[in-house]
Every structure is written in structure tokens, then in C-alpha cells.
Design a binder for this molecule. Sequence first.
Ligand code: AMP
Length: 283
Amino acid sequence: MNAARKIEEVRSLVGPARQSGKLIGLVPTMGALHRGHFSLIEAAGADCDFVVVSIFVNPTQFAPNEDLAKYPRRLEQDLAGCRARGVDVVFAPEPETMYPDEPLTEVRVKGLSETLCGRSRPTHFTGVATVVTKLFNIVQPDRAYFGAKDFQQAVIIRRMVRDLNFPVDIVVCPTVREESGLAMSSRNDYLPADQRRQAAALAGALRAGEEMIRREHPPAGEVISAIRVHLAEHAPDGMIDYVQTVDPEDLADVENTGERVLIVLAVRFGGARLIDNLLVEKS
Ligand code: AMP
């Protein structure tokens, strides 16, 4: 496995693989890798001939009041995890490599970036779309792998790829959870033990909402209220940012739960903001 810090290094490693006809897979991450990330790496390894993992805590997707400085960074451990899974190249650039000057160009996916998490993080998805564009241009993968845990992000990237004609297939992999149901996230490390236990209620609340939908297809408002009650009871320290039922394609609010519906929520525990979602297929 090669670890590359510079753009020219990655290009000189990936270029020959592409020229020899290998299918190139890219897994973009911010590091502090856990089983969720590894599931994407394994999916890429199963599909592709050459796997690149990027590890970059992208400053432009954090607002000034967010956790950029304290976001966990464990490069040596991450490299070992990638090596053990047969990754070909890890691209771990410094911020100055990705942003040598104040950039004048950004990629904004309108509408989709402004709803759900975009309401409390108005600059976040433009930061994500821009850095993913840069990574696509640097690595030029055939396929790129994203997690369903960040569902809105995956919808935005798919739309960006369509709108801008990137020759990249987007693959979305299922959310990997801890035994408690808690969706794995690097940000779970911020939680003290008691709140980590409470955080498992996010998944419990989603499952309760799913059961309700499957049983009786109630109006969305009733499902949302029941989820809020579940959270208030089982995660008293959690401050709900949003609970919504949306169309998984365009993220528009859905009232009729007889349709295919994505239940999405975001909850803050102190400085840690956790998100989760569950897709309820038409039942
Ligand atoms: P991050 O390092 O948090 O930016 O995540 C990098 C990629 O891993 C994104 O596509 C995430 O959606 C994905 N990911 C993060 N956590 C999980 C999880 N628990 N299950 C599946 N994919 C995940």
C-alpha cells in the first residue's frame, strides 16, 4: 500500500493502474476509521481492481463554531486499517495541499443542500460537494463509495454527478451499526458513556417509527410526534434538531406514509450532533 500526501503522487500511482484497464474505486473519508468506513472499503475492494481511500478532515465543510479542531485524527491507525484491507493507495493531503490559496470556486447543489442538515449547517454541503469534486478530479475514479448514514450527502453527490456529468458511478452502502443500534460515527467518540447509551435511542426511535408506518400508515405528523416522544423518554439529554419524513429521491417532505419514505433525524448531545435515518420501503 502507498500513502500519498501530494496530488502528483496520487496521480502517478493511479494513472498506470487506469491505463492498464483497472477499475478504480474511491472511498472519501475524514479518517478516524471505523467499521462503517471499512464496509465501504470492503465494497470497493469487492467491485474494483484498485482502491483509493482519501483521508482528509476538510475544513471548508465545518462552520467556524463547529468541531474542526477537535475532530479525531488517527492517521497511523487508519493506515494500518487500510493496509489490512488491501487498499492500494491512501491519499492523506494537508489542508494547504488541497487549498493552497483561498478558493474562488465552489460547487453548490441548490435546494438539496439547504434542507434538513443544511438548515443548521448552511455552508456544510457546499464544502462537501466542492471537496468531493476536487477528489474526483485528482483520483478520477470509476466508482465512488458513500454511506447511507449520511443520506442527504449521498443524494447531493448523486445529483452533482448528474448535473455536472462526472464519469463516476456512485455506490451507496448500508449504515453499519453498533450492537446497541447506534449508527457508527467518528463523532460518537465525543459522547460520555451515559449519553452514548442514550444515543442508541435514535435508532430505537427510527425503528418505532418504521413499525408504526408498517402497521397503520398514519399521517407523517403522527409518526414524527411518536419519534419525538420516544426520544424525549429514552434520550433526555438529546436536543432534537429535526425529525422529518421525506422522499428519499428529492428529500421533499412526505405526508402520506403509504409511499416510500425516509425517516431522518438529527439530535445534539452537548457539542456532538448525531444524525441517523431509516428507509421504509412501500409496505
Ligand atoms: P466521514 O469520515 O464521516 O466523512 O464518512 C466517510 C464515509 O463513510 C461517508 O460516505 C459516510 O456516509 C460513510 N460512513 C460513515 N459512518 C458510516 C456508517 N456507520 N455506516 C456506513 N457508512 C458510514
